[in-house]
Structure formats: structure tokens, C-alpha cells
Write a protein that binds this ligand. Structure first.
Ligand code: PHE
Length: 391
């Protein structure tokens, strides 16, 4: 083609681009012109674990509110656009697609539950928009089956091998357990990953797993399996699961006369467990979590007071994690000095020494922070802060 022809095409392209820019300004302003920074919240607002989504969203919104009151980020106001993933992986995929293609968010926070997070990562990666889960603890979220780090996947919480190990050590050392039964939720990647981590450490401690049983989310009747478990005569039952099922399992176990300690993980942290199981059934139960609102660390005291003032209730681990995930995103946007998703991604990867409520975040090469955890005991329907465990 002649030079003239080429430059003619060039002018056409310029005109077309100019036209696009004009329409862009008229209707929806481009990301950098906007007075707002749009951040997606892919949250479990309804469905099986809706309480998780609501608490996490409250935490995120408090952090955004504080940042906005202090003048915003890069001179813009943060705006959380929530899409309900209905606590289902397929809906989580739809939610992230909508947030990215329709709402044009710069980064997505959430989902909460690991299986739902896993269902969103390909969409984030294909569109080059970073996904940050504040709560999803399954290892596969940031690293694929071949050990390759997923470039657009990040988290601001510890991972399951840590909490599985913490609870195995708690069983061996604090409960003096020699035998354990593992009772998992077969519909959840979270539960399966935790079972592996717990077993590895418990066996390493000299313990024996005397039985492995499974249930599915939304199951109502656990009694036939629990009857089987009862005759195994173990020292403890490890139940890495979510609040609806945990509440029912604890209640039905005690009704069957199973009085041994029941132990679990972060999924236990919801008032619904007490509501469903009843306070008495939960005595002699223990679970790992990310923080305790009873901790006297000044950052925690300050956060708990601010959260109570805003929402009139005690913040659980999810509220604290949501707040911290939001702080990690804010920090990355500031350092990126941009609302461009790919620049935010680069900044996220460099997250270092960031002080948050639940600890200090420095991301390792696998996009995971190394953070401390806590063990909580349930006593007469109340949570007791038992111990803090450093990694
Ligand atoms: N860690 C859980 C998961 O990955 C989510 C969760 C975090 C639930 C903290 C409760 C508290 O699925």
C-alpha cells in the first residue's frame, strides 16, 4: 500500500479514536477522569454463607468510609460496587464478569469462600483485573496445580496449611489427643485442603486418624454419620466447615452423647453457630481464626471501637479481614499512583510491611501473607481468646 493510503487509514483511525473519546466523556467518564475509584465487591450476600459476605462487606465499607473522609485516594472517592454471588461458584463467575465488563471496576475484592473465589480467577486473569480475597484461605487460590503463581490472584489472609497445622498442634498439645476423626464438607475446597493439612501435622505429632467421614453443604441430618463416629472412640473430631453445618453437627453430636472436644477452623466464626447449636453444645469446642476482638493490641482495640460505633455490633474475623483487605487494596492504588488494573496488580505484588488490624502484610512470592492466627474457645455461647500463634 502507498504511503498516502497508509496515512489515510491513520487519519481514519485518529478520527474514530477521537469520536470514541468524545462519547467516552459524554456518557461514562474514563477511569482516570472520574472523581471515583470503582472497586468491585464479589460477595456472598444471599445463600448458604450470606453472613460471611455481609460481615466482610461491612469491614470493607468501614475502611473505604475512613479513607474517603480523609480525602480519598489519589484525590478520588472509593466506591464499592457489590455483586451478590449467592454463595455459589457459578454465580461468583457471573458476578465478577458483571463487575469487570459492565461496572469497569479497577480491582475486585472477594469472594469470601474459597470455592467461590476459585470460580472467579480465570475471569480476572483474562481481563487483566486483579482479584483480592480478604478471606479465602485455600492454597489453590494463588497457585495453580503445577505450582505456578496466578498473576492476577492475591489474598490478604493466611492460608489453610497454617490453620490446619495450628489445630493439629492444638489437638496434640493442648487437648493431648492421640486419635482424631476428620469430618469434612465434601462440597468445599476449603474443607478438603484443611483436612489434608490437619492430617499431615497430626500424624507428624504421633497421632492417628481413626476415621474420615464427609457431608455436603445444606445437609440437615448428620446423626447416622455421627453415630458411626461415636463408636470410633476418638479423642477429638476435626470439623473444617462453615457455620450452618457446624451448628447442626455440634448440636446433633451432643444429642447423641458425643462429649469429646470438637475442633474447627475460621469458618466457625459466626453467631449463627451458637444460635443453631445452643450455648451448651458448644462448650468444649475450639477453632482457629484470624484475630480476636478481645485482643488488647492497640490496632485491634481501635478497630473494634470504630466498627461497633458504625454497626452496633462486635466485629468477627470476617469484618476485620474485610477491613484489612480493603486497606491492602488502598495501599496498592496509592503506590501504583493509578487506577489502572494492571498497575494496581504490579503494586499489589510489592505489598510490604503493611500494618493492618489482623497483623502485618508482606506478600511472599506466591501472593500470600504470612500472618499470625488465634485459637478461640467457645464457653457458654461466648468466644474466649485462648492463644495467639505466630507463624
Ligand atoms: N477461610 C474461609 C474459606 O476460605 C472463609 C472464611 C474466612 C470464613 C474467615 C470465616 C472466617 O472458605
Amino acid at each position: 500500500m502507498s504511503k498516502k493510503g497508509l496515512s489515510f487509514i491513520g487519519s481514519l483511525v485518529t478520527v474514530a479514536m477521537f469520536g470514541l473519546m468524545l462519547t467516552g466523556c459524554g456518557s461514562t467518564p474514563s477511569a482516570s477522569d472520574s472523581k471515583e475509584i470503582k472497586i468491585g465487591g464479589n460477595m456472598e450476600m444471599t445463600g448458604g454463607v450470606a453472613n460471611y459476605g455481609k460481615a466482610t462487606k461491612n469491614g470493607i465499607e468501614l475502611a473505604f468510609k475512613e479513607a474517603n473522609a480523609a480525602g480519598g485516594v489519589l484525590g478520588k472517592q472509593l466506591k464499592l460496587i457489590v455483586a451478590d454471588n449467592k454463595s455459589e461458584p457459578s454465580e461468583a463467575t457471573n458476578a465478577i464478569t458483571k463487575l469487570i465488563t459492565q461496572d469497569k471496576v479497577s480491582v475486585v475484592l472477594g469472594p469470601v469462600a474459597s470455592s467461590n473465589v476459585l470460580a472467579t480467577l480465570q475471569v480476572g486473569q483474562d481481563n487483566k483485573v486483579p482479584v483480592v480475597t480478604a478471606t479465602g484461605t485455600n492454597t489453590k487460590i494463588t497457585v495453580d496445580d503445577n505450582g505456578k503463581v496466578k498473576p492476577y490472584a492475591f489474598r490478604s489472609c493466611f492460608i489453610d496449611p497454617f490453620q490446619g497445622t495450628v489445630m493439629a498442634n492444638f489437638a496434640s498439645k493442648s487437648l493431648n489427643a492421640k486419635t482424631a476423626v476428620i469430618y469434612i464438607d465434601n462440597s468445599s475446597d476449603y474443607s478438603k485442603g484443611l483436612a489434608e493439612a490437619f492430617e499431615a501435622q497430626f500424624v507428624k505429632n504421633g497421632g492417628t486418624i481413626v476415621g474420615k467421614e464427609a457431608f455436603l453443604q445444606k445437609d440437615q441430618d448428620f446423626k447416622s454419620t455421627l453415630t458411626k463416629i461415636k463408636v470410633m472412640n476418638a479423642d477429638t473430631i476435626f470439623i473444617p466447615a462453615y457455620y450452618e453445618e457446624v451448628g447442626k453437627i455440634a448440636k446433633q453430636a451432643r444429642e447423641l452423647g458425643i462429649s469429646i472436644p470438637l475442633i474447627g477452623t475460621d469458618g466457625w466464626d459466626d453467631p449463627k453457630v451458637v444460635e443453631v447449636a445452643g450455648a451448651a453444645a458448644l462448650n468444649n469446642t475450639f477453632f482457629s481464626s484470624h484475630y480476636s476482638s478481645q485482643d488488647t493490641d492497640p490496632r485491634i482495640v481501635k478497630f473494634v471501637a470504630a466498627y461497633k460505633k458504625e454497626y452496633g455490633e462486635e466485629p468477627n474475623a470476617l469484618a476485620a479481614l474485610g477491613y484489612d483487605g480493603a486497606l491492602m487494596v488502598i495501599d496498592a492504588i496509592k503506590r501504583a499512583n493509578s487506577t489502572e488494573p494492571s498497575k494496581i496488580r504490579d503494586a499489589l505484588e510489592q505489598t510490604k510491611d503493611l500494618q493492618v488490624v489482623t497483623g502485618i502484610i508482606t506478600l511472599d512470592a506466591s501472593h500470600n501473607p504470612i500472618k499470625s492466627g488465634v485459637v478461640i474457645e467457645m464457653k457458654d455461647g461466648k468466644q474466649l481468646f485462648k492463644e495467639k500463634i505466630n507463624p
